[in-house]
Design a protein around this ligand. Structure first.
Ligand SMILES: [Zn+2]
Length: 208
């Protein structure tokens, strides 16, 4: 872990009580999760529950209840067909309904990222991915029903078996869209739902 990051972690802990960052505190990413608040402690019901660390943690001064809003692990797949097009899904629900995503989703408890990538692709497209290979990871923000979830999205390249047929998961995927992604502009003009997928496709282009 780089030293500057460790230092920030310590400062962050020192400042948790006041929820204010020291003027000299530099953070790699701003922590903007302040809307993640409880009105009452879920354990004892007091209304004194505190939101600390910019929304990273809740703590009850009455009963000692502590809950961390940890970063969630998620996965995505960059799937290219024989025509050199990338597979996108049009989202069927919020957040970012109607925008395009790469196949993928949240990692389940006790699952590896590879297993999650395989499972999510099966669920969303009805097809088993082949040749899963780690590509990169990027942080992401997922706002859902007033709660801000911070994720670390892990991306894989993959292919689909010969003669595959796609079956959209009901309630999740409205349509499949194959798109040529050959330039930075192709990424920037594509209505991609989340920054992590945008950043991944830019990196994928660079390394191609
Ligand atoms: Zn409590």
């Amino acid at each position: 872990m780089p030293l500057h990051y460790r230092t920030n972690q310590c400062k962050r802990q020192e400042n948790e009580k006041t929820n204010v960052l020291a003027p000299n505190q530099e953070m790699r990413y701003p922590i903007n999760m302040e809307q993640n608040r409880f009105s009452y402690c879920p354990q004892c019901g007091t209304n004194e529950i505190e939101t600390l660390g910019g929304g990273r943690k809740w703590k009850c001064p009455k009963c000692g209840f502590v809950l961390y809003n940890n970063v969630a692990s998620a996965v995505g797949l960059v799937i290219e067909n024989a025509e050199g097009e990338i597979l996108f899904e049009k989202r069927a629900r919020e957040p970012r309904k109607g925008f395009l995503v790469l196949p993928g989703g949240f990692t389940d408890p006790d699952e590896t990222s590879e297993e999650a990538a395989y499972r999510e692709c099966m669920e969303e497209t009805g097809t088993a991915p082949e040749k899963l290979k780690y590509l990169c990871s990027f942080p992401n923000t997922y706002d859902y029903k007033g709660i801000r979830y911070k994720t670390c999205d892990i991306f894989f390249t993959a292919s689909l078996p010969e003669g595959f047929s796609l079956k959209a998961q009901e309630g999740e995927v409205d349509a499949f869209i194959w798109k040529k992604i050959e330039t930075k502009e192709d990424v920037e003009t594509c209505p991609i739902a989340f920054d992590s997928a945008k950043n991944t496709l830019l990196k994928w282009l660079e390394e191609k």
